[in-house]
Design a protein around this ligand. Structure first.
Ligand code: NAP
Length: 301
């Protein structure tokens, strides 16, 4: 039986691994895709201390994983299919095998919210994308549209302006939620067109995206805009499916305070999956450290 199982290999999970191993606890980390989570799909991270020039998200993610693995972290690239969190012995099932653990640190993060448009799913991967860093380079010299008004949307617009011939950012309100510095930089970028108080109402295209329908929310008028790519950046939804019915949630997030303790003993939630006022790489890493320390304390290690 392990002391701790970590679910999710983003900054929270990797940092938890580093702290658990340094505390002398046994643990394994389960990751369904790649280490780094959302950080790994971010082009440049400019607000993580220690990197005055910024650092690439994939590079920071790999460095975190390297540090954890150098301490001996057992990273298993399997999707956790089931969790039993209530009893004294907790169980995780992945790849058809069940392992037992005394504590669990949940770091599943969040995934991109959909616009819920009729043809959105059909055109995903055919012009519609949720990751500018992953797919942006495919749109060299093309016309792209970004939807959203937060940091991700504005960063995506800035990133895409390096490849695309034109970028149109569409935001449903007249004020951007993104950091002022990013918005100012976007406003000064010549090939970015900013459409405020506007929504994307429909997508058109047979084999791939060709056109989108825009609606001005003030006048109600609609118009068509030709587009080769549509990058949707309208926020995130926490990945809590594994915990549903077992843990208390709040607005869809796992309810946990600054100590990362959830509604069940020896179950902790760290990073974007938990209730918290700020969701950044540094906060996720901090949560991972706290969760590991709380687990060590509660296990009497
Ligand atoms: P976010 O801050 O939640 O912003 C989502 C944006 O999408 C908002 O502008 C929202 O509009 C809009 N939106 C939501 N649902 C919509 C819908 N159905 N149709 C049209 N627009 C919709 O999400 P995010 O930008 O992904 O950022 C998530 C978190 O990560 C934030 O805490 C952010 O600060 C952080 N982050 C930080 C950095 C950085 O510091 N460098 C980079 C990326 C992300 P309203 O404004 O009208 O609500």
């Amino acid at each position: 039986m392990l002391d701790t199982v970590i679910v999710g290999g983003g900054p929270a999970g990797l940092t938890a691994g580093i702290y658990l191993l340094r505390a002398g606890l046994t643990c394994a980390l389960f990751e369904r895709q790649f280490v780094g989570g959302q950080a790994a799909t971010t082009n440049v991270i400019e607000n993580y201390p220690g990197f005055p020039e910024g650092i690439g998200g994939p590079e920071l993610s790999l460095k975190m994983a390297e540090q954890a693995q150098s301490l001996g972290l057992d990273i298993r690239y399997d999707e956790a299919e089931r969790l039993e969190l209530a009893g004294k012995v907790k169980r995780l099932t992945a790849a058809g095998r069940t392992i037992e653990t005394r504590s669990v640190i949940l770091c599943m993060g969040a995934s991109p919210r959909r616009l819920q448009l009729k043809d959105e799913e059909r055109l995903t991967g055919r012009g519609v994308s949720y990751c500018a860093t992953c797919d942006g380079a495919l749109y060299r010299g093309r016309r792209v549209v970004v939807v959203g008004g937060g940091d991700t949307a504005v960063e995506d617009a800035l990133y895409l302006s390096r490849f695309a011939s034109s970028v149109t950012i569409v935001h449903r309100r007249d004020a951007f939620r993104a950091q002022r510095a990013l918005v100012t930089r976007m406003e000064r970028t010549p090939n970015i067109d900013i459409l405020r108080s506007c929504t994307v109402d429909a997508l058109f295209g047979e084999e791939k995206l060709e056109e989108i329908a825009l609606r001005d929310v003030t006048s109600g008028k609609t118009r068509a805009l030709p587009a080769d790519g549509l990058f949707i950046a309208v926020g995130m939804e926490p990945r809590t499916a594994l915990a549903e019915g077992q843990l208390e949630l709040e607005n869809g997030y796992i309810r946990a305070g600054e100590d990362t303790r959830t509604s069940l003993p020896l179950v902790y939630a760290a990073g974007d999956v938990r209730t918290k006022p700020l969701r950044q790489v540094i906060c996720a890493a901090a949560d991972g450290a706290v969760a590991a320390s709380m687990a060590a304390l509660d296990l009497g290690a």
